[in-house]
Design a protein. Structure first.
Length: 291
């Protein structure tokens, strides 16, 4: 049915529901696919017919356009001072109807989350008081709870630890772009993905559009500390062995451990885990090649 409507309305039909402009009539298929048709192409009878065949997408302005959406896309100011933040991006194969229950489940893992609904199927969970590292198992359990309660398939992507400053808007927009491409390109079996998964994917596919604009300011700051990065590189090359790293670098073991902890605390990337360390190593090599 949607394909036939696309042939009829052509460029006036869109499935890009990120902003959901009021210039469009927004509808949803039985499978949860959201689409919009420009109202200039519709007669009153056509609108009535379409709303009979498909479910009109009812929107609550406060839910959809919260402070973070307004801040990232509409150049509004945040009402309070926030020093750092982490975005989680969720995608469902069908509409999430019970938003209050969804919020309660999320609140069990993320303290006082700010949820931005970009559509009935996807959005952001914003942690305004993020810890340096994320407990992946807790997020997997969150996704499994939502999946069992709503009978849907949910994927969640963990964003970087970001410093809230003048560049944060662009950082988040870049992060959204890369995660969206990752989510759309792969047949994903896992339920929760980290920033490292996304970054490794773009390295593996030799993505020529990769830019440092994607990286958080915390990570860029870490890479400007030459001694810190050389220690991290040696640590990874020593198979994440602190003692072996200390011997190679003629340093005290505690000094090596201090730098590892400093990197984790600053960037939010737990390089004690192989997958995270592997991605950081790729970044180090990429930085050396660029230099």
């Amino acid at each position: 049915m949607l394909e036939k409507l696309a042939l009829l309305y052509k460029n006036d039909l869109t499935t890009n529901d990120q902003e959901q402009s009021n210039d469009y009539l927004w509808l949803q298929t039985e499978n949860g696919q959201i689409f919009g048709i420009h109202r200039s192409r519709l007669t009153e009878k056509e609108e009535q017919l379409l709303q009979t065949l498909f479910e009109p997408l009812k929107r609550d302005k406060d839910d959809y356009y919260g402070k973070w959406y307004q801040y990232i896309y509409k150049n509004k100011f945040l009402p309070e001072s926030i020093s750092k933040v982490r975005f989680y991006y969720f995608y469902s194969n069908r509409a999430i109807e019970e938003r209050e229950i969804f919020s309660e489940i999320v609140s069990g893992v993320i303290i006082k989350p700010s949820i931005v609904w970009l559509s009935s199927q996807h959005g952001w969970i914003v942690d305004e008081s993020p810890s340096s590292t994320v407990q992946i198992d807790d997020l997997v359990q969150l996704v499994e709870s939502v999946t069992s309660d709503f009978y849907i398939q949910l994927k969640m992507f963990i964003g970087q630890l970001h410093q809230v400053n003048q560049s944060i808007k662009n950082k988040i927009q870049q992060e959204i772009k890369y995660i969206k491409k990752f989510q759309e390109t792969l047949s994903l079996k896992n339920k929760v993905f980290t920033f490292s998964d996304v970054l490794a994917f773009h390295f593996a596919t030799c993505d020529k559009t990769f830019s440092n604009e994607f990286l958080s300011d915390f990570l860029i700051t870490a890479f400007r500390d030459h001694e810190l990065i050389q220690t991290i590189k040696q640590y990874i090359e020593c198979n994440l062995n602190v003692t072996q790293t200390a011997k190679k670098m003629f340093m005290h073991r505690n000094s090596v451990q201090y730098r590892i902890d400093k990197f984790i605390e600053l960037t939010g990337i737990d390089i004690r885990q192989f997958k995270e360390a592997f991605t950081v190593y790729l970044l180090i090599l990429f930085d050396e090649f660029q230099s």
